[in-house]
Ligand binder design. Structure first.
Ligand code: PMP
Length: 331
């Protein structure tokens, strides 16, 4: 018998996909962990599950309780599914700049969603801080706190990292992925380094994120901006604290979108924005390092959540991001 135990039993154990065209072109093995195949549709199902399990194990979350979180979308989706499956309520605080598809999806799934203006983290009305305050004020509620709750990276250490290691037979030369909370990057990096310290862990950073400068110069500063969602950070979260980082690479939105359409047209993969940054980084590193390297990255979520933006040629043209393979909209 091979039967999964409910929704929760289907989180993780995703395939590792060889990106054939890019691998053949570069002579490297470029491998994407297919996190879009998680039951909630993204890499964040793993963090959501580990955060809820951790709260249950510590006795902080009791039957009928509420999970509160400030999230750009995917964590909220994962949390809502798991709350439904386990009998909890879910309250999500989301910046109003996030895609309508994600906000609608959360409400359809059954979360209570409150949108708030997008303001910087230092502002007390930042969505993350609002979620923390609300959780504190409510009875029998926990704050998932994905940025600073290290149950998040533990999930990736114990599952994502261990799975990729097993799927490649321990043959990984480079690990690269972008960071939102840093849970995925850090957890997998810690696991790989324990197995083999010579694996290189490289942060893939979109423009407007502070990690690239942090890795290169030791101070966080940002330059430019990005249309990608769910990634880019301007502080060292508890999940990133102490994570092994060897280097960083910056990928701009033009390259991100070019890669997304390359993935769609040449690999058959319809992917979300952060995947353009991740695979863009893996592809650039493959070219820099030369043939013979195995590079692992993450296919965080699918493209349907970004249909009205990244897969809408009017929107792309307006942002001057239209890739060569897509014809310009009628003017
Ligand atoms: N890609 C997408 C689409 C995401 O939603 C997130 C999480 N916000 C990430 C990447 C980054 O994952 P992590 O939080 O583990 O750094």
């Amino acid at each position: 018998m091979d039967i999964s135990n409910g929704f929760v039993g289907t989180v993780g154990n995703t395939p590792l996909i060889r990106l054939n065209r890019m691998s053949n072109e570069t002579g490297c093995e470029i491998l994407g962990k297919a996190e879009f195949l998680n039951p909630g549709g993204s890499v964040k199902d793993r963090a959501a599950l580990y955060i809820i399990r951790d709260a249950e194990e510590r006795g902080l979350l009791k039957p009928g309780g509420t999970v509160v979180e400030g999230t750009a979308g995917n964590t909220g989706i994962g949390l809502t599914h798991i709350c439904n499956a386990k009998g909890y309520r879910c309250l999500i605080i989301i910046p109003e700049t996030q895609s309508q598809e994600k906000i609608d999806a959360l409400r359809t799934l059954g979360a209570e969603v409150r949108t708030v203006p997008a303001v910087p983290y230092r502002d007390p009305n930042n969505y993350v801080k609002v979620s923390g305050r609300l959780a504190e004020e409510m009875d029998n509620a926990i704050w998932a706190n994905q940025f600073d709750n290290v149950a998040n990276r533990r999930g990736h250490y114990e599952t994502t990292g261990a799975e990729i290691w097993e799927q490649t037979g321990g043959k990984v030369d480079i690990w690269t992925t972008s960071t939102g909370t840093g849970g995925t990057f850090a957890g997998v990096s810690m696991f790989f380094k324990e197995k083999n310290p010579s694996v290189r862990s490289i942060v893939a950073d979109p423009m407007g994120s502070g990690l690239y400068s942090y890795v290169k110069t030791g101070t966080i500063s940002t330059e430019g901006k990005s249309v990608t969602e769910g990634i880019g950070i301007s502080r060292i979260t508890a999940n990133m604290e102490g994570a092994p980082i060897d280097d960083a690479i910056q990928i701009d939105d033009r390259e991100c979108v070019r890669i997304l359409y390359k993935l769609l047209e040449e690999e058959g993969l319809f992917m979300g924005g952060s995947v353009g940054i991740n695979v863009g980084a893996a592809y650039a590193l493959a070219k820099q390092m030369g043939p013979g390297h195995t590079i692992a990255t993450v296919l965080c979520d699918g493209g349907s959540r970004y249909q009205s933006r990244l897969y809408n040629r009017e929107w792309l043209a307006e942002k001057e991001l239209l890739p060569d393979s897509v014809s310009a909209p009628p003017s």
